[in-house]
Design a binder for this molecule. Structure first.
Ligand code: PRP
Length: 183
């Protein structure tokens, strides 16, 4: 299958095939590690929607699906504690094995706060899976239990990730040309 090319993308970091292969491995690990548990996959909107959709279809144990949405506010968000939940989970999470599903961990603020928020609901456990990890940008310590790919500090888009709400639909993960976001 030919890959759509976009003039704003400088290079492809992970092809659709590479992502598919890695997602299968992650789904296999989760299916083994959580066998027999009452699992809820919780997608963090909006960037995780593509990853979650592919991941859940490769998982071979029963899982429920839910979503949260949040936004960080103000410049002080980098110092932590300033995350507002704009959409809470819809279903019951108490006593269940929760897996927060993210597209990318950057500073770590979002997942650190979300994990604390979920833990306050008295689940059985809270784990984290992220397709991408950018450890060089970390400001908050957070344990990411499953990582798809560790990436350098570049502006990546596609497979759910956006720049100004564009590029989420690309089937691959690409590096955005600096002139696009430096305009
Ligand atoms: C992105 C990503 C994570 C967060 C990671 O979301 O999906 O939720 O940023 O960054 P952090 O580790 O520095 O907190 P974004 O706010 O861009 O929203 P989106 O998912 O709707 O694109």
């Amino acid at each position: 299958m030919s890959m759509p090319s976009y003039p704003d993308i400088s290079r492809v970091l992970y092809t659709a095939q590479e992502i598919e292969d890695r997602v299968k491995e992650l789904a296999h690990a989760i299916s083994q590690d959580f066998s027999g548990q009452d699992v809820v996959l919780i997608g963090v909107l909006r960037g995780s929607f593509v990853f979650l959709a592919d991941l859940c279809r490769q998982i071979s144990i029963p899982v429920a699906i839910d979503f949260v949405a949040c936004s960080s506010y103000g410049a002080s968000s980098v110092s932590g504690g300033n995350l507002s939940i704009t959409k809470d989970v819809s279903g019951v999470v108490q006593g269940r094995s929760l897996i927060l599903v993210e597209d990318i961990v950057d500073t770590g603020l979002t997942l650190r706060e979300l994990k604390l928020f979920m833990e306050s609901k008295q689940p059985h456990s809270v784990h984290i899976i992220s397709l991408l990890d950018k450890p060089s940008r970390r400001k908050m310590e957070v344990t990411v239990d499953y990582i798809g790919f560790t990436i350098p500090d570049e502006f990546v888009v596609g497979y759910g990730l956006d720049y100004d709400e564009r590029f989420r639909h690309l089937p691959y993960i690409g590096v955005l040309k600096p002139e696009v976001y430096n305009k």
